[in-house]
Every structure is written in structure tokens, then in C-alpha cells.
Design a protein around this ligand. Sequence first.
Ligand code: G3P
Ligand code: MG
Length: 335
Amino acid sequence: MKFCTTNAKMPARIARNRIKSLSGASLLAGAMAAALALAACATPSPQQLAGAKEKDTIMSDPKNVVVMAHRGFRGLVPENTLEAAQKGFESGAEYWETDVAASSDGTLVIMHDDNLVRTTDAKAKFPSRSPWTVYDFTLAELKSLDAGSWYAAADQFKQIAAGRVTQKDLASFAGIKVPTFAEALELTKRNGWKINVEIKDATGRACDPWIVEKTAETIRSFGMQGSVVVSSFNHEYLIRMKKAAPDIRVAALIDRPIPDPVGELKRIGAMALNPNFKYLDEATVQAVRKAGFDVFVWTPNEKADMERLVKWGVTGLITDFPDRALETLGRKAGL
Ligand code: G3P
Ligand code: MG
């Protein structure tokens, strides 16, 4: 495991980082103290010591920063499919991130949007089923969809235009299926890999009372509690997850900044904050890291952003381009 997997392990690494980053400051403080003692026969004031402490910075070691392939290797393969996950694995990312929703007949499935229109052919296949909400479709109906052909027309990351995704790749995307959550876990386990499971906020949907518990039960059925981090924007879901499965680590997703991130992580029993990198600042990263939690940011895709975030001390990058992240961190991507 390349990052602190439990809060219990965190203090040792923080302590190491602190010793490392404080060594210069400590020497300086010591020299100042000696000079002051000689000059005025006095020990350093609490204010002076506090000043030295403020310089304490938690650093990220690029070797240990975790790379997560967002919705699989979404930059190159239709998102949230087994094919995208496999590409993420081949890239060398330590984790993939995916989104869990549920079919109308009670199966956990992988889908980002509530609405099926962007990433499937649901509108063409089921013209009368507006607004094509994933939660309103049976598993058999979801399995009848093409979740890959849309990629060619969208070229959302301009990878076809750039020549990185070829016509042959596009032909292989046609007819890709919407995976179940169990299939996603099965692929992850087969690869000896890890997964960040984001449970979509299903408030108001029929699955709302059981989506969290069924996610926990499915993870447990694969014996994958140690290979999973569960995240959600719905923090009450995370509290339910800790209740259902105290041995499964959870991470609190946030979009905009919140007033007391450390307090919120403690309230939930989370091990990490997963913030939108666009609204993040260094002080928040440092405060969360100093309190002993990880910070997994989404979704930096440009090297300059990744470099800045690593400099700030984040512990993980959730990105549509895991190969870029690995290269930025000085590690070789597998592709
Ligand atoms: O888990 C990180 C990220 O996936 C959260 O936002 O909308 O891409 O699921 P979203
Ligand atoms: Mg997600």
C-alpha cells in the first residue's frame, strides 16, 4: 500500500514528514534560542516556538502519491466501462474510480449521470422513456444499451483528433455494455487492483434506503474491504457505510469548500477528503493533512495543475489521464 491506508498508520508518516521538514527550522530555532539565552539568559518564548511550528509543512513524496483512473481511463475509453477500467489498470494507476447507481429491479450498476442519454443509446432504443433516468431501467434494459458508440461523436478530450484514439479503437467501443457493480469488482479483484467506489446520491430514488448497505454487502461478498475506498457527496451515506462495514474506508467528496473539513471528516469517520481541485487551496490541504487525513483531488488533467497540487501536499490524484499523472510524478506509465 503506497499511502496511509488507515488513520492509525497516518501519524507515523506525518511524524516522519514533520521531522524531515522541521529539521531546518529546528536547527534555526535552536541557534536562535542559544543566542537569546547567551544575550539575555532566557529560553525561547512560546511565541518564538509557535513561529517555528508554523513553518511545519506536510510534503507529498511523488513516489507515494496515489494515482486513480477517473471512471476508468476516461480520456481514452468510454467512461465507467470494464474496458475503461482495464485501460486504467494497464496505465499503471493504483486505483480506478467509478460511480455506483441502481437499476429499477435492484441491481447495483456503474453509471455517472442520472440520465442515460449522454453515454448510451437509451434515447434511440427506448424513445418513449423520457427522461431516461438510470434508476427507472431494469438491468436487462440497461444491458441492452450501447455504452461505447457515443465516444466517437463526442471526442470530449480531443483524443481522436489528436490521433491517440484510432478508428480501430472506435470500432472496438461499439456495443460496450453498462457494467454491474459486481462485474466492476470482479475485474478489479482479478487484476489484484484497487477501486474508489463513489456512491451516487440517490436521495428520492427507490434505492435510497438500501444502496449503501447493498454496496457494502457486495464489497464484502468479494472480500475486497481492504482494496476499496468508498466515497460520496452524500456524507450521510458514508456514515451509513461505516455503520454497515466499519472495516471499509470512506472518503468525503466535496465540490466547493466547506467551513470545517477536518471536523466533517471526524464526524463521518472518514480517512480522506476528496475535493474538487478547482476550488481547493494549499491551506486546506495542509490543515487536512496535518490532522492526519489523506486528500484525493479530482479531476486534474493538466500537468501544471498536478504539479501544483502535489506541491501543496495532496496524497492522491483522480484523473482522466492517469498516464500524465504518473509521468508528472516521475513514474513510468504502462502505456
Ligand atoms: O470521485 C471523484 C469524482 O468522480 C467526483 O465527481 O461527478 O466525476 O463523479 P464526479
Ligand atoms: Mg465519480
